[in-house]
Design a protein around this ligand. Structure first.
Ligand code: AMP
Ligand code: MG
Length: 463
């Protein structure tokens, strides 16, 4: 069994509320991540024990369950108190690589931060997060992980009616968010803001020098993260500051989706009416979120006017970091190892053509890697001349352009099947997405773009 070492639980008590998950009626393990369990030290648990522990019914020795406090900007509006309304941090373990990881249950019952919510999750979003977060990991994108999914044997009520309840076990480098800083900043609680800043530095960026050093490190991590999302056509959908991880991991998979047909204005989330979190807005929103992070950090600075100047410089640098990471990744997608600013036009020309022709994002880049003629003929001529200067562009393109992404229609189909008790589509998705860059003949249907009648145009928040 893993040794728990719960550093968050040792922070001042204003950071959280200690409380146990609410036990559920009849927990059943429906998914378990053996590889991750081995890394974390949970490999010896029997399936029956897993069901009990990862439903929140049984608390293992060393666990200290708590709900974390945070605030956040939701769609641009500041909410001074949010917090884990349906999640419990069970504790932290040091994994086999020596890294500290949070073990968190999501859907595990109400907390003092639940507001009007029931503290629960239904099976659909739990399986969606499980599949998509594990797919992101296999693609090489920093992300929280999924350890287990358990059905509760209880019904919960949503717009669609009565649905099976479920609990997800989520693993993260930490659950510290921009919103965690914002809650103390908004209260003028400088003492705890400083404690949190020191804690975050120690836990994630030990070389960072003070609050500005932390800001610089988080900006760099977020810049890389957003460029990685863009390079796979991923739309997070709810880039609120409470869903923005200080560790630079993708966190809180709600109405997220991977695009099929490319369009920079693409939105999936049914609640994102203004398109604030549209695909092409993600770099701008990441910068906006880091400005909010800077605003929160500044409350502890001795010379605020100088700090504002320094913070602005860091945000400007981040803007360049996003562009550089974007250029590097999209350059590689078209076979250029180290793209130069001069290559930007070549990439943009292809993307413009893709949006005009509604080309499938993933299939287009994969086809390019497989040697198909892509784009208008004048583009092909320019591109061929450019990649002639590169060593083995095909191998490079095949290593960065996946054959498989969790396509929205396949994820929805998987959920529909699971509701009938059929987990075959779940297993197929899991298997194909574990090695997304390798063509697998059995899974051709998972590589294909949706037919007209298969397109799932929107995703729902799924709370
Ligand atoms: P999210 O949009 O999932 O990031 O959630 C935003 C806030 O709403 C967080 O504080 C969540 O804990 C809370 N929340 C979401 N769904 C529920 C629910 N069913 N019950 C209680 N709180 C919830
Ligand atoms: Mg959230």
């Amino acid at each position: 069994m893993p040794d728990f070492d719960n550093s968050y639980a040792r922070l001042p008590s204003v950071f959280y509320t200690k409380l146990a998950p609410t036990p559920v009626k009849a927990p059943q393990l429906v998914a378990f991540n053996d590889g991750l369990a081995a890394e974390l030290g949970f490999a010896q648990l029997s399936p029956e024990q897993c069901a009990q522990v990862f439903a929140g019914n049984e608390i293992l020795g060393g666990m200290q369950p708590l709900a974390q406090l945070y605030a956040g900007h939701q769609f641009g509006n500041f909410v001074p108190q949010l917090g884990d309304g349906r999640a419990h941090l069970l504790g932290e373990v040091i994994d086999s690589a020596g890294l500290r990881r949070d073990i968190q249950l999501k859907g595990s019952g109400p907390t003092p931060y639940s507001r009007r919510g029931d503290g629960r999750a239904w099976l659909g979003p739990v399986l969606r997060e499980y599949i998509v977060s594990e797919a992101m990991h296999a693609l090489g994108v920093p992300t929280t992980r999924a350890l287990a999914a358990v059905t509760t044997g209880e019904k919960i009520y949503r717009e669609q009616g009565a649905l099976p309840g479920a609990v997800l076990t989520r693993i993260a480098s930490s659950h510290i968010r921009v919103g965690t800083f914002q809650v103390f900043a908004a209260r003028g609680d400088v003492e705890n803001l400083k404690i949190l800043t020191d804690y975050a530095i120690q836990r994630h960026y030990p070389d960072a020098d003070g609050p500005l050093g932390l800001l610089r490190a988080v900006c760099a991590a977020q810049a890389e993260l957003i460029a990685a999302w863009m390079s796979f056509g991923f739309i997070h959908g709810v880039m609120n500051t409470d869903n923005c991880s200080i560790a630079g991991e993708t966190i809180d998979y709600g109405p997220c989706a991977f695009m099929d047909a490319f369009h920079p204005g693409r939105v999936f989330s049914s609640i994102d009416h203004g398109g604030r979190y549209a695909f092409g807005n993600q770099p701008r929103i990441a910068l906006w979120n880091m400005v909010q992070f800077a605003n929160a950090l500044i409350h502890q600075m001795p010379e605020p006017s100088q700090a504002v100047k320094d913070a602005n410089e860091i945000i400007d640098v981040m803007s360049g970091q996003i562009q550089a990471a974007w250029l590097r990744r999209f350059g590689q997608k078209i076979g250029i190892h180290n793209a130069e600013p001069d290559d930007f036009d070549l990439i943009e020309a292809l993307l413009t053509w893709m949006s005009e022709t509604q080309a499938d994002f993933t299939k287009t880049f994969r086809a390019l890697a497989d040697g198909a003629a892509i784009g208008p003929s004048d583009w092909q001529v320019r591109w061929s001349a450019r990649v002639a200067q590169e060593a083995d562009p095909e191998t490079l393109m095949q290593s960065v352009n996946p054959a498989y992404i969790p396509r929205n229609h396949r994820v929805e189909e998987m959920i529909t099947a699971a509701l009938r008790g059929d987990y075959h589509p779940f297993a197929a998705l899991q298997d194909a997405l574990a090695t997304p860059f390798t063509a697998q003949p059995d899974y051709a249907h998972l590589a294909a773009a949706p037919n007209e009648d298969e397109i799932v145009p929107a995703t729902f928040c799924g709370t």
